[in-house]
Design a protein. Structure first.
Length: 437
């Protein structure tokens, strides 16, 4: 065991949690992708499993590398990385790959996955700095509030749930960092105002673009010899994200109205394109029972649109039952509680705020995925961290957890604190760690 302790630095509980999640991921993804692999290639999904296993190993490698880096190094040059993320997000918005009407990735890499980690680390650094100063609202606009807008803004139109999660984490971090509550309310009010303006103007912009597209198609039909017109006619206008959000909320409303019309009882399932994912996920959860059907015996994987990512938790419950679902939930809660221990041990320090912010957004993402899979929340597209199939999500989650492990390497959460330090020393000075003693 000695050599394991030398290799795996940081909180052993977090390492165990992540290894268990990895095993669950392999089992769940192998089962969830079996039907898709057979339909697409006519073979069993051994290749899919091997590819996912390679991605999972890469996630562990990222976790290992991040855990070996002194966490204070993450605060250096964070401003440059944040600026790079802003550029990547804007580029993704205009030129990224469009999947299900949303532009979220460049060459398969979801830039928002990197941006949310960088923003959390940036805020952790500057919350500590400004907490020690006598400041007014205008003093916080550029160093704290503007970076939040620059990151959350480009994410919001294409991925509302991620933008909302990230903004909530930012507000909670600043609240815990003792940024004045009134200033936080002013920031929230400004964000709500911007959201309202976007929602009001989105329909106008979409209708204008639609009219232009229809006119272009008409001209292309009248002038088939014009190659440029033909090319323009092939470019369909961007899908209105607001209409997509409205459709998801409308599906929930219609379901409630159907139940009300049925005397308060749940109406018979009427599955269509709008509610297919939610309804099949509910069926999977209902058929799971207490102990589930058994590993690899899911039937709803044949019908769910995204059984290996957005609805993988429903597959887990169908195969392992309520017991398995609660066990997976407890793993994320344990991860979050380990970050809370750091906050209690070193409040208002860079490492503690960064670890808390990362753990908070991971558990929020997990709970949203679980809420969608069980029918408690509208469909959002959030993956189950380190369980769902996905390259950029797996790699960035591994790196994020590695950052938490790097903090726990210097702050032993299971031993009483001996060394005292100021909040400034948490960033710019070297702490005494067990490895150095």
């Amino acid at each position: 065991m000695g050599w394991i302790n030398k290799i795996l630095k940081g909180d052993r509980v977090i390492w165990v949690v992540m290894f268990i999640l990895g095993v669950i991921s392999l089992l769940a993804v192998y089962s969830a992708t079996s039907s898709e692999a057979h339909v697409r290639s006519g073979i069993y999904n051994d290749k899919v499993l091997l590819k996912h296993a390679a991605t999972l190993i890469a996630g562990y490698v990222m976790m290992f590398l991040a855990s070996r880096i002194d966490y204070r190094r993450y605060s250096r040059a964070i401003e440059i990385v944040l600026l790079l993320c802003c550029v990547l997000l804007v580029f993704t918005y205009f030129f990224g790959s469009r999947i299900n009407g949303a532009s979220r990735s460049i060459m398969g890499f979801q830039t928002s996955e990197l941006a949310k980690i960088v923003l959390i680390a940036y805020l952790a650094k500057y919350i500590v700095v400004w907490n020690e100063k006598d400041y007014k609202f205008k003093d916080l606009i550029i160093p704290l509030f503007l970076p939040i807008l620059l990151i959350v803004g480009p994410i919001f139109p294409e991925n509302l749930s991620t933008a909302a999660m990230l903004f909530v984490v930012c507000i909670v971090m600043m609240y815990l960092g003792q940024i004045k509550f009134g200033y936080l309310m002013m920031l929230i009010g400004f964000i709500v105002l911007c959201m309202g303006i976007y929602i009001l103007t989105d329909d106008i912009v979409y209708n204008r673009n639609q009219r232009r597209y229809e006119k272009t198609v008409q001209l292309a039909q009248e002038h088939p010899e014009d190659l440029k017109l033909q090319e323009k006619a092939m470019r369909k206008p961007r899908v209105s994200r607001v209409k997509t959000w409205q459709g998801r909320i409308e599906a929930v409303r219609l379901e409630k109205e159907a139940a009300k019309a049925n005397g308060g009882e749940k109406a018979p399932l009427q599955i269509d394109d709008r509610n297919a994912q939610k309804m099949y996920a509910k069926i999977a959860v209902a058929r799971g029972g207490l102990f589930g059907k058994g590993s690899g015996k899911s039937t709803q994987r044949n019908f769910l649109p995204q059984p290996f990512s957005d609805c993988i938790y429903a597959i887990i419950i169908e195969e392992y039952g309520l017991v398995g679902g609660i066990f997976v939930m407890l793993l994320y809660i344990i991860l979050f509680t380990r970050a809370i221990r750091i906050m209690k041990k070193r409040p208002l320090t860079f490492g503690a705020l960064m670890a808390f912010g990362i753990a908070f957004i991971l558990i929020m993402q997990a709970m949203i995925n679980m809420g969608v899979s069980t029918g408690l929340l509208p469909v959002t597209g959030q993956q189950l961290p380190f369980v769902s199939k996905g390259g950029s999500s797996m790699l960035m989650t591994g790196f994020a957890v590695g950052m938490i492990l790097s903090v726990t390497k210097s702050i032993d959460v299971d031993k009483p604190e001996i060394i005292e330090e100021s909040t400034s020393e948490a960033i710019v000075t070297t702490e005494t760690t067990e490895d150095e003693q």
